[in-house]
Design a protein around this ligand. Structure first.
Ligand SMILES: [Zn+2]
Length: 407
């Protein structure tokens, strides 16, 4: 079967990547340990009110997230993600394990947190959920005032071999250019535009990186304003793209959907999810997300790994969401926090259920058992975790004995 790396074509042969020399050599059973049936699962009495099926899915998501995070750390050894959830902050204290009273979720304390939305699946899950809730709050507040929200999508022509970072720069420059033109100022007034939120998104396909923007337009609806139409905006978008050196987009370069667009999604997926969580959604419209590349890389697809490194270079330090000036205040939202703060701060009521000393923590890292520690903490609490750590230590010494025997 074709892997994502093969399907997207290998355009990265000439790239030079730093070797992942910082990671300890992987134990032969590295991947097996976290997914082993007999190892952690044997320690997992089901105590939650969730169904076994829901609990299983949640555990799989946790394992998958940490597996991808480990892969990102391997692929980007000089980035903050390398230390995330791994390096101890205060060496005089143990690593702490907290349990949220609200959600029942376990998380680590006293370990570094990278706050990298584009590179770290663990931090991205935290950051995007907080951004999503805030956006939902803003959308609800706007809806109460009787205002309308439209989603404008701007895309640009792209082809295999384009430089992703350059493509991103050009897309954002074209958007800025369009907003600074006389047409936009008139159009803005005509549709009653009060503010906007711009989200940057990318998927990878046969034609390379598909970088695009989703922009929520917060408009007043008072009978005098016009419904925004894509047809009216197409010439302005074409002109802006040409001004920044992009090829001319066709009429599909602009799309506008109204609020009912959210209802067209199955389940809870709405405008708030579309703007904040698209990059972590699996397989959008046949394209691959950055996380799809990570998964494939973790499964041994080296070309997908190189493409993820390219993705990291293209999106490093970019903002996912940009709120127009004054909109947050208009919607009654607090000042915007940085991704780093969102990833680090805990808004949940949580209790510390255990602490892991340095030697146990080293062992947890050596066997890539962070996901197991969290899952066991959620299901079996302090006692279950203590048993698990003892089992790990026993596993460690049995490996040691085997090594001695081989010598
Ligand atoms: Zn992180």
């Amino acid at each position: 079967m074709e892997t994502p790396g093969q399907r997207l074509g290998n355009t990265y042969e000439k790239c030079v990547f730093a070797p992942a020399i910082f990671l300890p050599s992987r134990p032969a059973n590295r991947g097996e340990l976290e997914s082993s049936e007999e190892f952690p699962v044997g320690l997992l009495p089901v105590q939650s009110s969730e169904s076994a099926d829901d609990q299983g899915k949640k555990q799989n998501r946790t394992r998958e997230r940490w597996r991808m995070q480990r892969e990102a750390a391997t692929l980007l050894p000089n980035h903050r993600v390398r230390q995330c959830g791994r390096t101890v902050v205060d060496k005089k204290r143990n690593v702490e394990v907290f349990l949220s009273i609200d959600s029942g979720r376990a998380f680590f304390g006293n370990v570094k947190c990278c706050g990298s939305l584009w590179e770290c699946p663990v931090c991205a899950a935290r950051i995007t959920e907080k951004k999503r809730k805030e956006l939902r709050q803003g959308l609800d507040a706007w809806s109460i005032t009787g205002g309308q929200v439209f989603m404008l999508t701007l895309t640009i022509p792209h082809h295999y071999g384009n430089d992703t970072r350059e493509l991103c720069d050009q897309l954002l420059a074209a958007h800025k250019k369009m907003q600074n033109r006389t047409f936009w100022r008139g159009w803005r007034k005509a549709i009653g535009l009060q503010g906007s939120v711009r989200a940057l998104e990318v998927t990878y396909g046969k034609n390379g990186a598909h970088v695009h923007c989703h922009i929520l337009l917060f408009c007043v609806a008072n009978g005098e304003t016009l419904r925004p139409s894509a047809d009216a905006l197409v010439p302005a978008w074409i002109s802006a793209c040409k001004s920044v050196g992009l090829p001319e987009p066709n009429m599909h370069g602009v799309d506008i959907q109204d609020g009912s667009y959210a209802a067209s999604y199955v389940g809870k997926w709405g405008l708030d999810c579309e703007l904040t969580k698209s990059h972590i959604k699996r397989g959008i419209q046949g394209g691959f997300t950055a996380w799809d590349l990570l998964r494939a890389s973790a499964d041994g697809d080296q070309d997908a790994g190189r493409k993820f490194q390219d993705h990291s270079r293209a999106f490093f330090n970019r903002r996912q969401l940009v709120w127009s000036k004054g909109l947050r205040k208009l919607l009654g939202l607090e000042d915007e926090k940085s991704d780093q703060v969102l990833a680090q701060e805990s808004t949940e009521t949580a209790k510390e259920i255990a602490s892991i000393d340095f030697s146990d923590w080293k062992r947890v890292l050596r066997y890539d058992a962070r996901a197991s520690v969290l899952i066991i903490s959620e299901n079996s609490g302090r006692k279950g975790l203590a048993t698990f750590l003892q089992t790990l230590a026993g596993f460690d010494s049995s490996q040691f004995r085997n090594r001695i025997r081989r010598i």
